[in-house]
Design a protein around this ligand. Structure first.
Ligand code: ATR
Length: 270
């Protein structure tokens, strides 16, 4: 039986076990997927112990994605760009390899599930933290016209933009915000406190603007509520991204591709 899991703190809320069990059933594999609450200063110790127990690998969630980055001896291109690792695999020769499937998962959800087009489009991203760093590289592969990064702290947006070579990624202040973006993606951690949007001008949303929140929630997130009230044509949360990033992780471990739509629908309904 394949042993895998998710490292986090907190981790109790994680929906990854049910997602991976659904994938495993789909391809006829038996897996044990554990939720592992990792003490804040014990990432390496916990990772060593889990892999020594025979685990093939594991997912990593908040706040350990940069610990995971440092733990790996080899990393995928996406992980290098993101500066963070969310999926680890122990290869047959013992090498610990780190991947980042967050950006791939977001793009797959946007393109494949939502059927939004990013090529040539004007994208605005809100926030400049780890979550945003993890998605920019993958968004760029879709060749948008530009990606504007708007953050409460402009210097952080500037530092983030400097880590990408593309001239199409720009840090902007409030005066630089344009009207009617094609796509606005919220990647701030403010969503749960309910005050997102308060200082955003409504003109950034036009009648064909699509809004995406990396956070998922049973009700409309504060950002999506604001976007909807401002006239956005479609508002989507990050549940699809969660399932799509998991599908990439599952493929890394098993070499098997899964169908995600029914898993996303099942999670939405439950
Ligand atoms: P994560 O790993 O989830 O991205 P992070 O690296 O701590 O978390 O980044 C959080 C992001 O949310 C930052 O861009 C932060 O803005 P600052 O750089 O100004 O701190 C943003 N954020 C958090 N709370 C916010 C709020 N109340 N309003 C606007 N932005 C907020």
């Amino acid at each position: 039986m394949m042993l895998v899991g998710v490292f986090g703190n907190p981790v109790e809320h994680s929906r990854s076990p049910e997602i991976h069990q659904a994938f495993a059933e789909q391809v006829g594999l038996e897996i044990e997927y554990r939720k592992i609450l990792v003490p804040l200063d014990e990432f390496n110790k916990t990772a060593d112990a889990f892999l020594n127990e025979g685990a093939l690998g594991f997912n990593i969630t908040v706040p350990f994605k940069s610990d995971a980055f440092n733990y790996c001896s080899v990393r995928s291109k996406e992980a290098e760009l993101a500066g963070a690792v969310n999926t680890i695999i122990k290869l047959t020769d013992g090498t610990i390899k780190g991947h980042n499937t967050d950006g791939l998962g977001l793009v797959n959800d946007i393109i494949k599930n939502m059927r939004w087009i990013l090529e040539g489009k004007r994208i605005l991203i809100l926030g400049a933290g780890g979550a945003v760093q993890g998605i920019i590289g993958s968004l760029l592969t879709e060749c948008p016209r530009h990606i504007h990064i708007y953050n409460r702290t402009l210097s952080k947006a500037r530092a983030l933009v400097d880590s990408f070579t593309s001239e199409n990624v720009l840090a902007i202040d409030k005066d630089g915000l344009q009207s009617d973006y094609d796509v606005i993606i919220s990647g701030t951690s403010a969503g749960l406190t309910g005050n997102v949007g308060d200082d955003l001008p409504a003109f950034i949303v036009g009648p064909s603007t699509k809004a995406y929140d990396l956070i998922y929630s049973t009700s409309l997130t504060p950002f999506l509520r604001w976007a909807k009230d401002s006239g956005a044509v479609e508002c989507v949360d990050g549940l699809g991204m969660l399932v799509e990033q998991a599908a990439f992780a599952f493929e890394i471990w098993t070499n098997k591709q899964v169908v995600t739509t029914n898993v996303i629908n099942k999670l939405r309904d439950s």
